[in-house]
Write a protein that binds this ligand. Structure first.
Ligand code: KG4
Ligand code: ZN
Length: 339
C-alpha cells in the first residue's frame, strides 16, 4: 500500500464544524469540533442558514488550529477532502467550497466524501482492511442496515421510511420539553426510570421487514402527553416516560438488527452514528452479540457523533485508488450510499 501524506478533512453537513488531520492508516494528528448545538437549541432544531453562517466563521481558524496541533504545515498535506452530502445544502457548501479553495491554493487533490460512508467506517478507524459485516447506522438524519462487503461495497438491507432514530429521540424529547438535541437527555433521564411503565408502538414489525418507521411512536407520545399532561411535572414521571420511549426506539433497533444478521448470515456487526452513544442500545447489542457469538464493533464515543476524522478515514480507500473530484463538482445534499 503506498503511504499517503496526511489528509485534511472537513465536515460541515449539519451543526458541527469539524476538521481533522489523519495520517494513514489511522493516526489522528488532530480532530477538532466547533459545535453550534447551543445556538440551535433555542430554535428547537438546526436552522440551515444559521448553521451556514457559523460554519463560515469557524472553519478557517479551526483549520489553522488543527495544523498547529498536528505540528505540520499546510504544504505537508497530500489531499483535502470534505463532506459533500448528505446534509443541509447551505452548510455543506461552506465546507466543500473551503476545501476546494484549499486544494486550488496548494495544488493538492480535492475529494468529495459521503457523510454516511464516514459513519459506516468509523468503528474501524485505523484498520487496514474492513471486514465483511452488517452495519447499523443510527444518526439524527439516517437509520439504515447495510451489508458492508468491504470499503466501498455496500448494499442497503433496510432504512427508515420516515423519521431517523435520532430524530425520533429528538422529536419526542421536544414534546417532553427537553432541550435539543434530546437524544442525549432522554438517555440520561431514562437511566433512573421504569421502562415497563408505558407501552409505545413499534413500527413495521411484521416478519422479514427490515425497514423502520418511527413517526407512529412520535404521534403516540404526543396523544399520550395530551391525555396525561401531569406526568412531565415530576422527576419520576419524566424518568419513566424517557425509559419507556428509549425502550420502544432501542427495542425496534435491536429486533431489526438481529433479524438482518440472521437473514444475511453475517457474523460481525458494527454500529455507528450519534445514537450509537445510547447506553441501552450499546448494552443491548453487546448482549445480543454475546448470546449469538457475533463480533461487535463499536466506534469510540468521540467518533460516534459527527466528526471529521471519520471523513478522513473514509477518504483513504478512495485516495489509494487514485480517485479525486473535480473542483467543479456540485454538493450532493441527497447523496446516499449503497444500492
Ligand atoms: O451522527 P450525529 O452526530 O449527527 C447526524 O449525522 O445526524 O447524530 C446526532 C443524533 C441526534 O439525534 C442526537 O439526539 C443523537 O444522535 N444522540 C443520541 C445520543 N447521543 C446522541 N440519541 C440517543 N442517545 C444518546 N446517548
Ligand atoms: Zn452524522
Amino acid at each position: 500500500m503506498p503511504s499517503l501524506a496526511p489528509i485534511l478533512a472537513i465536515e460541515s453537513s449539519c451543526d458541527e464544524t469539524a476538521v481533522a488531520i489523519l495520517r494513514a492508516p489511522g493516526s489522528i494528528l488532530s480532530s477538532l469540533i466547533a459545535s453550534q448545538a447551543e445556538l440551535h437549541a433555542r430554535f428547537g432544531g438546526v436552522v440551515p442558514e444559521v448553521a451556514s453562517r457559523n460554519h463560515l466563521m469557524a472553519i478557517d481558524p479551526l483549520v489553522r488550529r488543527a495544523l498547529e496541533e498536528a505540528g505540520i504545515a499546510a504544504s505537508d498535506l497530500g489531499a483535502v477532502v470534505a463532506t459533500s452530502g448528505p446534509g443541509l445544502a447551505p452548510a455543506l457548501l461552506v465546507g466543500a467550497s473551503y476545501a476546494k479553495g484549499f486544494s486550488l491554493a496548494l495544488g493538492i487533490p480535492y475529494l468529495a466524501i459521503n457523510h454516511l460512508e464516514g459513519h459506516l467506517l468509523s468503528p474501524f478507524l485505523g484498520a487496514v482492511e474492513i471486514p465483511e459485516h452488517l452495519a447499523l447506522l443510527v444518526s439524527g438524519g439516517h437509520t439504515q442496515l447495510t451489508h458492508v462487503r468491504g470499503a466501498g461495497d455496500y448494499s442497503v438491507l433496510g432504512r427508515t421510511l420516515d423519521d431517523a432514530a435520532g430524530e425520533a429521540f429528538d422529536k419526542t424529547a421536544k414534546l417532553l420539553g427537553l432541550p435539543y438535541p434530546g437524544g442525549i437527555e432522554i438517555d440520561r433521564l431514562a437511566e433512573g426510570g421504569n421502562p415497563e411503565r408505558h407501552q409505545f408502538p413499534k413500527g413495521l414489525m411484521e416478519k422479514g421487514n427490515l425497514d423502520f418507521s418511527f413517526s407512529g411512536l412520535k404521534t403516540s407520545v404526543r396523544y399520550f402527553l395530551e391525555k396525561n399532561p401531569d406526568l412531565c411535572s415530576t422527576s419520576e414521571g419524566m424518568a419513566d416516560l424517557c425509559a419507556s420511549i428509549r425502550k420502544a426506539i432501542v427495542g425496534v433497533l435491536l429486533e431489526k438488527t438481529e433479524r438482518a444478521m440472521e437473514i444475511s448470515g453475517l457474523h460481525e456487526l458494527a454500529v455507528s452514528g450519534g445514537v450509537a452513544a445510547n447506553r441501552a442500545l450499546r448494552h443491548g447489542l453487546q448482549d445480543l452479540c454475546n448470546t449469538k457469538g457475533w463480533k461487535l464493533h463499536l466506534p469510540a464515543p468521540e467518533l460516534a457523533t459527527d466528526n471529521a476524522a471519520m471523513i478522513a478515514f473514509a477518504a483513504l480507500h478512495h485516495l489509494r485508488s487514485g480517485e479525486q473530484s473535480s473542483l467543479g463538482l456540485e454538493i450532493a445534499p441527497q447523496w446516499q450510499v449503497g444500492n
